[in-house]
Design a protein around this ligand. Structure first.
Ligand code: SME
Length: 176
């Protein structure tokens, strides 16, 4: 679609519990589904997902994609927040670990994660979710950094994985 689908809803506060988060994820996922209806442009999709997520949760201080466009290297894609690192090799940092293992990485304390890439000195915790097609191709990773320690709960993982899975289904052939 061409215009905004949903009016802005209140931002979920940093100390919100699972129920409040889950309710907002429901709205965000509905907004994303509406925005991406009939949209086949991968960059437009990533940008829209980032925008919806970043403005919905106060504890999302950096929200963006790293794209798997070159062998063994991630390159930054659409994001919101301060500037991000441009390229991350597979296997380096939290994003690289997610790309390498194709499994979600939840890091409650980035200082305890060996090899964490500090793009921002304020980041305390992060979650990185791989975006994989049904055919098994890695398209990107969705990286969310928080200035709060242990910001991400199981409810965040569940909904962010569902969003990533939906993207992988919608863009089965893209590698950029
Ligand atoms: N912290 C990430 C790098 C990306 S930026 O923080 C935006 C990592 O270690 O993978």
């Amino acid at each position: 679609m061409t215009g905004p689908a949903v009016l802005a809803a209140p931002t979920v506060p940093r100390d919100a519990g699972p129920d409040e988060r889950a309710a907002r994820y429901g709205e965000v996922r509905a907004a994303i589904a509406s925005l991406l209806d009939d949209e086949d442009d991968w960059v437009a999709a990533m940008a829209s997902v980032v925008c919806e997520l970043h403005h919905a949760f106060a504890y999302f201080d950096w929200t963006g994609f790293y794209r798997a466009v070159e062998p063994e290297v991630l390159i930054v894609g659409p994001y919101q927040g301060g500037h991000g690192c441009l390229r991350i090799p597979f296997g380096r940092g939290v994003c690289g670990a997610a790309a390498h293992t194709r499994e979600t990485q939840v890091v409650p304390d980035v200082e305890a994660f060996s090899g964490h890439i500090a793009c921002s000195s304020t980041t305390r915790s992060e979650i990185v979710v791989p975006v994989v097609t049904e055919g098994g191709a890695l398209l990107a990773v969705l990286d969310i950094d928080s200035n709060d320690p242990s910001a991400f709960l199981e409810v965040d993982r569940q909904h962010l994985e569902a969003i990533a899975q939906d993207l992988g289904r919608r863009f089965p052939h893209l590698q950029s």
